[in-house]
Design a protein around this ligand. Structure first.
Ligand code: KG4
Ligand code: ZN
Length: 335
């Protein structure tokens, strides 16, 4: 089954053709990041307008790159939640129009389910059940994936998402948006023990995260130093911050796996590109003889292929939209 999938939830306009949930025939991602960089973050109105301009050429290129036409496609898929509402609406309406014009079924896909499904593309042996740490710019969840379309959030952030914390800390250190990757690179040359930063725990909720205190601690350190005319060593501060975030993510994830009896652990979302997080989870799993999976770097960030992968399983489960499909800015992953 060949699915043409569309993703427009944030600042990437993306489309792909994916066969049977696992084989990517084409994947096109048009990033708007250079424009949003000027403002230090995503400007929703600009994102919507750029999606409007990019969506038609991106979808056409996805078909052309796969050497296919619409008549070769068996179904359409689109991210409908969660995300920036104006951005999502562009993809949803485009997909609805295409579905009406072609008569092809339209499969609605939850963005975070798509991030998880990026792993199915890269790891042909991976099947549920498993425990997944989904860490992106907007979410930090520990999710029990009991089946391809059955999921339950067992832990989540109480304030900032991990990616958001990385980006804000990086911005305060003068790095350009999105700063997570720059902070990660700087951290590779720093001493993670040079700054003592808080490792916040959420009382009574052992799998939940809190990153806002950590972020504020870094911002205060930088501001206090600059008021005294000093600058802090960016590599050391990056390494200390990255260690604190990864310590917290890893501790809760491993604790949840231990308590809930999972021996197969999966990373997903933009922050799963973080080099320390990948190393640490791989090491911890290896020492316990658990299996560990994460997407290749090319599939960690937003893309259309992950939406096409998840759509295959949604379709098998009978999840098909009608013409009333609407976009939603928020939606739990488990429904
Ligand atoms: O999943 P994603 O592409 O978009 C959302 O759905 O939010 O995640 C983007 C987030 C950004 O906050 C970005 O800074 C972060 O992922 N990110 C990283 C790294 N690469 C991307 N954070 C830490 N280390 C990285 N190497
Ligand atoms: Zn995402």
């Amino acid at each position: 089954m060949k699915i043409l999938s569309i993703e427009s939830s944030c600042d990437e306009t993306a489309a792909a053709v994916v066969e049977d949930g696992r084989t990517v025939l084409s994947s096109v991602v048009a990033s708007q990041v250079e424009e949003h960089k000027l403002y230090g973050g995503v400007v929703p109105e600009i994102a919507s307008r750029r999606h409007c301009e990019a969506i038609n050429p991106v979808v056409r290129k996805a078909l052309a790159d796969a050497s296919l036409t619409l008549s070769d496609i068996n179904a359409l898929a689109v991210t409908y939640a969660p995300g920036l509402i104006g951005a999502l609406l562009v993809g949803v309406n485009f997909a609805k129009g295409l579905s009406m014009a072609t008569g092809l079924p339209l499969i609605p896909v939850h963005h975070l389910r798509g991030h998880i499904a990026a792993n199915y593309i890269a790891h042909s042996d991976l099947k549920p059940p498993f425990l997944c740490l989904v860490v992106s710019g907007g979410h930090s969840h520990i999710v029990e994936v009991t089946d391809y379309t059955a999921m339950k959030v067992v832990g989540k952030t109480r304030d900032d998402a991990a990616g958001e914390a990385f980006d804000k800390a990086a911005r305060t250190m003068g790095m350009s948006y999105p700063g997570g990757i720059h902070l990660d690179k700087a951290a590779e040359n720093g001493d993670p023990l040079s700054f003592r930063l808080p490792h916040p725990k959420v009382e009574g909720a052992p799998y939940d995260f809190s990153f806002s205190g950590l972020k504020t601690a870094v911002i205060n350190l930088i501001h206090n130093a600059s008021q005294k005319g000093n600058t802090l060593p960016v590599a050391d501060l990056s390494a200390s911050f990255r260690k604190a975030v990864v310590d917290s993510l890893t501790a809760n994830f491993l604790q949840a796996a231990q308590d809930l009896g999972y021996r197969r652990l999966v990373l997903a979302g933009g922050v799963s590109a973080n080099s320390l997080l990948r190393r640490r989870i791989a090491e911890e799993c290896a020492s316990r003889q658990w299996s560990c999976y994460y997407p290749p770097l090319s599939l960690c960030g937003d893309n259309g292929a992950m939406i096409g992968a998840q759509a295959y399983y949604e379709y098998q489960a009978g999840h098909v939209a009608d013409t009333s499909l609407n976009a939603r800015a928020t939606m739990v992953i488990g429904c």
